[in-house]
Design a binder for this molecule. Structure first.
Ligand code: PBG
Ligand code: ZN
Length: 327
């Protein structure tokens, strides 16, 4: 035993320049994907009550928001649609004049240098709020997958840069990949929501997207919160089916899963810091119970440290402003 103490871990913590030099994880604007909600109408900017700072936009205001994002240096968005009308089959999801298709065309016509990812699912478009076609109370898998493939193709035709299926039906990545390729979209990547838990943290999102199921829940397709090995099997099958980027969702409560997925597959890995994670930090911040900015950064650094390459987060604009301020 050497003389006490030769090893002092604090030695590298006194000088802020040394601290900066040895920092292992960083958060940059390139990590950020900002979720946006688009709805019909003009000059609409509806605040989402359970998500302070988040709005539902009509397309005209969505364009203004995209301009602001580009100015802030946020590189990417993911779009969610609130349709004009909902029906049993979620028809507007795969209608070339649906809300997402119109929004994407408009963004692509007017905004440069913004990556547009579209969420592919049916729950925002079905009258019953479920992610697929129903037979009684059962969500049909294969029939739903055909519609998701149609939805993906119509998003690509509108100009989407990346397709992000969030439905958790079996086989949808392969079906979407084949449908995209068949229509010539061989260069459009798929970012699959590979590991999506049946989580209570989606509560505020369902307000934002008006997508709560009218009965039952999503446990027959989303994953059991208690399972980790199953997450590996989900990711493995999505990679086999052609996923280019895999996602874990939610993020903060599932850091162990992010780490396992990254270590095992070494794939570009996205993590979705979901609505409930955002709202909890916001609410405590607004009440003065925590330092919101500090906890925001801590939550995102943790997700990156766990192995995420990119983060879908409602804090994207706040992070970009924070990074500018720090410069
Ligand atoms: C649609 C979808 C959901 C989210 C993203 N895509 C909701 C759900 O599965 O109920 C949740 C995102 C969030 O909570 O921020 N399938
Ligand atoms: Zn869904």
């Amino acid at each position: 035993m050497a003389n006490y103490p030769t090893k002092r871990l604090r030695r590298l913590r006194y000088n802020p320049i040394i601290r900066d030099m040895i920092r292992e994880t960083s958060l940059t604007k390139n990590d950020l994907i900002y979720p946006l909600f688009v709805m019909p109408g003009e000059n609409v900017k509806n605040p989402v009550k359970s998500m302070p700072g988040v709005f539902q936009f009509s397309i005209d205001n969505l364009i203004k928001e995209c301009e602001e994002l580009v100015a802030l240096g946020v590189p990417a968005i993911i779009l969610f649609g609130i349709p004009e009308h909902k029906d049993e089959k979620g028809s507007e999801a795969y209608d070339d004049n649906g809300i997402i298709q119109r929004a994407v065309r408009e963004i692509k016509a007017k905004i440069k240098n913004l990556l547009v990812i579209t969420d592919v699912c049916l729950c925002e478009y079905t009258s019953h709020g479920h992610c697929g076609l129903l037979d009684g109370e059962e969500i049909l898998n294969d029939e739903t997958v055909s519609l998701l493939a149609k939805e993906a193709v119509s998003h690509a035709q509108a100009g989407a840069d990346i397709i992000a299926p969030s439905d958790m039906m079996d086989g949808r990545v392969l079906a979407i990949r084949k449908a995209l390729d068949y229509k010539g979209f061989t260069k459009i990547p798929i970012m699959s929501y590979s590991v999506k838990y049946s989580s209570g943290y989606y509560g505020p999102f369902r307000d934002a997207a008006n997508s709560s199921p009218s009965f039952g829940d999503r446990r027959s397709h989303q994953m059991d919160i208690a399972n980790g090995d199953e997450a590996i099997r989900e990711v493995e099958s999505d990679i086999d089916e052609g996923a280019d980027i895999v996602m874990v969702k939610p993020a903060g409560p599932y850091l162990d899963i992010i780490r396992r997925v990254k270590d095992k597959f070494g794939m570009p890995t996205a993590a979705y810091q979901v609505s409930g994670e955002y709202s909890m930090i916001k609410a405590a911040g607004i009440n003065g119970w925590i330092d919101e900015e500090r906890v925001m950064i801590e939550s995102l650094i943790a997700i990156k440290r766990a192995g995420a390459d990119m983060i879908l987060t409602y804090f994207a604009k706040d992070v970009a402003k924070y990074l500018d301020k720090k410069e």
